[in-house]
Design a protein around this ligand. Structure first.
Ligand code: TYM
Length: 332
């Protein structure tokens, strides 16, 4: 059976971009067609300036939101990265296979390190090695597929390179995974800055729709979205980034096609209104279920406990095999 692994980082409240680019696909399709693991990657949240209490709260909130979005513990494994030691164990071995040049070429490293420096901070070594830990997440489970938004493409490419290199040097140990992306909304853009990705770690802004935003807040943010010059509603990412972003969001929420939807509108205002309605409708059941789950913390704890046990059982044999293959003396 196909094995799927993906994750979400608790560095901020989850956004519509996380949902449409990744989580929705996990819940609707992936968990039903494969042996799937979904991980709240809390170790990754430590790679930038963070408030310890907030990371802890956000990890719990992300878990609750993934369950509210439809992940079913009977269908898939939901767990927290730091609960399974194999991620950190394997990450170190992969650091011995990766090169510093490869790390410095990563687009997200360049962007995030520049942002940290611009805010007067120093860049943590773990930010540089972030993609190695991500590779360990994926390779520890022998995942065949990694369903992610467009921004993770380069990281999964690196994961493939590391798997192939390790296998060539030390014998076949890892499955070489491949990234999969949704056809629509693989890169949801910021509503106020439609040439930048809608990102949860960015400063809270009018351009980001959070999954827990109240309906009137969602409407306000979408109605105030920056649009483009001209009047025509057409899908053209280059010439009309604002309108194209709205068409992608509407298409993703209504299972339509952005190019076709464009022809149905004669004004920007009507497109915004329909997009706002569609997003509110998509978020409504998720928010209701979230409220129920918040009232049942024991259930969420139970899911994570069982998830970590299952995940450990899956990762350990592969990581132990990697330890042996690379030349470490097994404990007697
Ligand atoms: P993270 O937490 O930034 O995002 C979680 C998922 O949401 C997708 N995504 C988006 N998709 C479309 N439009 C957007 N604006 C948007 N913003 C985010 C991301 O592509 C991702 O699929 N490095 C990863 C977490 C990670 C991981 C892994 C993922 C760690 N280990 C192993 C897969 C496998 C990250 O920061 O995702």
């Amino acid at each position: 059976m196909t094995r799927i692994f993906s994750g979400v980082k608790p560095t901020g409240h989850l956004t519509l971009g996380n949902y449409l680019g990744a989580v929705r696909q996990w819940a609707k399709v992936d968990q039903h067609r494969a042996d799937a693991l979904f991980c709240i990657v809390d170790l990754h949240a430590l790679t930038v300036e963070h408030d310890p209490g907030r990371v802890c709260r956000l990890s719990r909130q992300a878990t609750t939101l993934l369950l509210a979005a439809g992940l079913e513990p009977a269908q898939c494994t939901v767990f927290v990265q730091s609960h399974v030691d194999e991620h950190a164990r394997l990450s170190y071995l992969l650091e011995c296979v990766a090169t510093d040049g490869e790390m410095r070429r990563m687009i997200q490293y360049k962007e995030k390190s520049a942002r940290e420096r611009a805010h007067g901070g120093s860049v943590r070594l773990s930010l540089l090695t972030y993609p190695v830990l991500m590779a360990a997440d994926i390779l520890a489970y022998g995942a065949d597929e990694v369903p992610v938004g467009d921004d993770q493409r380069q990281h999964v490419e690196l994961t493939r390179d590391l798997a192939v290199r390790f296998n060539q040097r030390y014998g076949h140990t890892f499955v070489t995974p491949r990234a999969t992306h949704p056809v629509v909304a693989a890169r949801v853009m910021d509503l106020q800055e439609p040439t930048s990705k809608m990102g949860k770690s960015h400063d809270a802004g009018a351009g980001i729709v959070y999954l827990l935003d109240e309906p009137d807040v969602v409407r306000k943010k979408i109605m105030r979205a920056v649009t483009d010059s001209g009047q025509e509603v057409e899908y053209d990412r280059e010439a009309k980034p604002g309108i194209s972003n709205l068409l992608e969001i509407l298409a993703a929420c209504t299972d339509g096609e952005p190019e076709k939807l464009g022809g149905a509108y004669t004004s920007y205002g009507a497109l915004k209104k329909d997009t706002a309605d569609a997003v509110v409708e998509v978020l409504r059941p998720l928010q209701e279920r979230h409220r129920e789950l918040v009232a049942d913390p024991a259930y969420v704890d139970g899911v994570l406990k069982e998830g970590a046990e299952r995940a450990r059982g899956m990762a350990r044999p592969t990581v132990d095999a990697a330890y042996r293959a690379i030349g470490l003396l097994p404990p007697s």
